[in-house]
Write a protein that binds this ligand. Structure first.
Ligand code: GLC
Ligand code: GLC
Length: 812
């Protein structure tokens, strides 16, 4: 069952039934000021950091779900309703929510009044702009009452939800004209306030929640709205809010537009904070308000935002003849990559914004889906990430976006982490051609005076693996590898401790990871190639030897007969072997070792992938392990804590399905690769939205696996490495157009019955219009013609910036 449809022309998903199986959300803003908005206008805003600069309040896991957001209430002669259906849930005559590229338009209609609400964060603006257009479709004039509503968060989203003995006394507001200011804690250390304004004179307001809603009322029945009369309340402590009251008269057929601005102001200097004693300096707020004080100005800013996205998405355009594939590659997958780049795993409807900041591992992976969009921002991110590394190559697992400092609470010791810095940096250089980043001076642990070149950071990353090898000369796992839940040194019996941060017993541990081994071979080879590119052959030779040793170690100690082992535990016992009772085979090592092509000649790659097909594949995707764990295994940790079929315990962890897909392309099985790709691709599962539950326009981290109570049910949409990995896989391995140091490599791996496809790709300033023609094969380039001239091999040589080039590729 579907709850809407794609509108590819406008790059929107159009939701036509507000009762989606889960709130279906979108993100506004893409640099500093951000908002989450659901299909019923629920959600919240923040500046840079969802924990430390939360602007509006949101209550996760509420009853009912998704309550609280920016709401417009209309009181039409006693009938109270919202354009987005919630929170009043008054049955609408018409409802539609269009989620687009960083904007959302929600339209509701009731009794001949149509309310169209547009939400977006204009480029380079620290505010969410909301345009409300009211139209009277009746034959007679109407007088209606419009109330806006936003609830302020007391800045720190974590303490906002717990420290009530303080919170209930700190709230402060100011009211001037049509602007309502939230200046809580501004008197003391804060250099920022927020405001909510509208571009017309108001007939009243409320700034105190209890006065507006009523202590025992719900969002669906605010007493001010029901009574049709605001209270002119001024908040002192308790819960400050902002609500405007506007009386609107509409002639038959008449429309009126109102612009609301929900903004944030920050001062660099303390001296600028005040206008006079106790009165905040409103100048910056007024400047922003003035920029959007007419509907025409808002429309222009909206066009600018759309132009921005046209331009971004123009850099990779696919015509495959498969509508569902094209819309993912050209629109939604790229969009999700931008969102994950911005937020890492911090703020979604599954990530509360208070737990996790930017991930060292996560953000590096996000780069491969984003780097072609805005390379300079990728560059900046790499430097930020590398700055949280330690001199020995280890690193903080996460850092806070606001401070850019390592997050001590989460700790470190995840031994896969260092490799991802090589992974991200190489992707950046191949895309941009910018080798100069390697010479940038980057500190360790953000300590001034410790700066070394970024290249040095890559070297210590590489060394970190080889300096931490176990008894089989395979990488020691540390706290965990990519799988946060395979905690081989944790041994936790205490339900009050987190598997992620509990003290580790790595001392004397023999726990080794085949996932890191495969990752090391892939990224190690990248490192070797990079060294050769910059003429550092001595380092390349040194590194190459270690990579070759690792390949041998995997062949000798990492092969179980039909597939690659997953790991060795603390005591040196096999994990992911036919000898195990449960968890006999795992996806991660099959993915990475086949990607690395380890044992390709010996038939290991084929055997491993055949075993994946046999034991891990199911109707909805490839599960993480099989059989699922049905008992808690203290030697393995969190993985066995999950019920069978969910999350890391045999869920379909969509993030790692692409690893197997890339493995299939190494083998040249384009049909298998495509089949796996399609299975988890959101646009292909749109028809089962009722089962799937989450948004059909973005990837979810996990789909319940075959052992689950409800296979096919997805969770954790939006912020997942799945976005970048699938984009990387479809564009660079299935369609096979891959940035290389000397040009664009073309090496598609597709089903034999595909006749071909066309891609327009911008690369280092030039445009390549590539037409791939296929005649019944799955892999292999027979002929490459660039601007009419045949070229040997399968690399399109770099063309001058600004040029438009035609490329013909004949497979065979
Ligand atoms: C989550 C984490 C990621 C981890 C994965 C597997 O997606 O963000 O870092 O690799 O889970 O545990
Ligand atoms: C849990 C999750 C895992 C996630 C980790 C992050 O272990 O299962 O997916 O990466 O938490 O803290």
């Amino acid at each position: 069952m579907k709850f809407g449809h794609f509108d590819d022309q406008r790059r929107e998903y159009v939701i036509t039934n507000p009762r989606t199986p889960w709130p279906w959300i979108n993100y506004l803003g893409n640099e500093d000021f951000f908002s989450l908005i659901s299909n019923t206008a629920g959600g919240y805003s923040f500046y840079k950091d969802a924990k430390f600069r939360r602007i509006t309040r949101y209550r996760y896991n509420n009853v009912p779900m998704d309550n609280g957001g920016r709401y417009f209430y209309i009181n039409d002669n006693g009938t109270v309703w919202n354009p987005g259906w919630k929170p009043c849930k008054t049955e609408l005559d018409k409802y539609e929510c269009r989620h687009g590229m960083n904007y959302t338009i929600i339209t509701g209609e009731k009794n001949g009044i149509e309310a169209e609400t547009l939400f977006f964060v204009p480029l380079k603006t620290l505010a969410e702009v909301q345009k409300v257009k009211l139209t009277n479709k009746n034959k007679e004039a109407k007088k209606i009452k419009l109330f806006s509503f936003a609830e302020w968060c007391l800045w720190n989203a974590a303490t906002d939800m717990e420290n009530f003995q303080r919170n209930f006394s700190t709230g402060e507001v100011e009211i001037e004209g049509s602007a309502l200011y939230h200046k809580t804690e501004f008197k003391e250390r804060r250099n920022h306030y927020a405001y909510y304004s509208v571009n017309v004179p108001i007939q009243g307001y409320d700034t105190d929640r209890e006065s507006f809603i009523g202590l025992y009322n719900e969002f669906s029945e605010p007493q001010a709205v029901t009574a049709g009369k605001p209270n002119m309340s001024v908040a002192h402590g308790w819960s400050p809010i902002a609500s405007h009251y506007i009386e609107v008269e509409l002639q038959p057929g008449e429309s009126k537009e109102f612009v609301f601005v929900l903004g944030y102001v920050e001062f660099e200097s303390r001296d600028d904070k005040w206008e006079s004693k106790g009165v905040i300096n409103k100048k910056p707020a007024k400047e922003t308000i003035a920029k959007f004080d007419t509907a025409a100005k808002v429309d222009a800013a909206f066009m600018e935002l759309r132009g921005y996205w046209d331009n971004l998405l123009d850099s990779y355009v696919l015509k495959s003849g498969e509508e569902k594939l094209d819309r993912m590659v050209n629109i939604w997958n790229q969009y999700q990559c931008m969102i994950t780049f911005n937020f890492s795993r911090s703020a979604s409807f599954f990530e509360s914004g208070v737990g996790r900041g930017m991930g060292f591992r996560d953000s590096n992976q996000d780069l491969v889906g984003f780097v072609h969009q805005i390379p300079p921002r990728a560059r900046e991110r790499i430097i930020d990430i590398a700055s949280t590394q330690f001199p020995d190559g280890g690193c903080y697992h996460q850092y806070q976006p606001l401070t850019k400092r390592g997050n001590n609470d989460i700790g470190g010791g995840f031994n896969d982490d260092p490799m991802w810095l090589i992974f991200g940096t190489v992707a950046y250089i191949k895309e941009s051609g910018d080798f100069s980043i390697l010479d940038d001076m980057v500190p360790f642990d953000n300590q001034p005076g410790t700066e070394k070149t970024l290249f040095h950071h890559l070297t210590v990353s590489f060394n970190h693996v080889i300096e931490n090898l176990g008894p089989h000369m395979l990488p020691l796992i540390g706290r965990a590898d990519w799988n946060d839940c395979l905690n081989l040194n944790c041994f936790s019996w205490d339900p009050n401790e987190s598997f992620q941060t509990t003290e580790n017993n790595s001392e004397g541990s023999k726990a080794e990871s085949l996932m890191i081994a495969g990752l090391f071979v892939v990224c190690g080879r990248d490192y070797v190639e990079l060294c050769r590119q910059i003429g550092n052959n001595a380092e390349a030779d040194r590194a190459e030897k270690f990579v070759n040793d690792m390949v041998e170690a995997v062949k000798n100690h990492g092969w179980d007969g039909e597939w690659y082992l997953r790991a060795y535990d603390y005591y040196g016992k096999k994990i992911g072997s036919h000898e195990n009772k449960e968890g006999k085979i795992f996806i991660e090592s099959q993915g990475w070792c086949t990607m690395a092509g380890i044992g390709l000649e010996e038939g290991m790659v084929k055997k491993s992938l055949d075993s994946v097909k046999k034991y891990l594949d199911c109707e909805h995707g490839i599960v993480l392990n099989n059989p699922a764990f049905t008992e808690y295994v203290v030697e393995y940790g969190e993985i066995s804590s999950y019920p069978a079929g969910y999350k890391e315990n045999a869920g379909i962890f969509c993030h790692n399905n692409p690893w197997v897909i890339i493995g299939e392309t190494v083998l040249g099985r384009g049909d298998y690769a495509w089949d796996y790709f399609r299975k988890i691709c959101p646009s292909y599962t749109e028809e089962i939205s009722d089962l799937h539950k989450v948004e059909p326009y973005v990837y979810a981290q996990m789909i319940a696996g075959k052992d689950a109570f409800k296979p096919g049910e997805a969770k954790n949409s939006w912020l997942t490495g799945t976005a970048a990995w699938n984009y990387y896989t479809i564009t660079q391995f299935i369609l096979g157009i891959k940035p290389a140091y000397s040009g664009l490599e073309v090496n598609p791996c597709i089903p034999a019955d595909w006749k071909g496809f066309e891609v327009s790709r911008k690369f280092r300033g030039a445009t390549y219009k590539i037409e791939v023609k296929n005649n019944g094969v799955m892999k292999g380039v027979k002929k490459l013609v660039v601007n009419g001239t045949e070229v040997a091999g399968n690399i399109i040589p770099m063309q001058p910036a600004g040029s438009v080039n035609t490329v013909e590729v004949i497979m065979g």
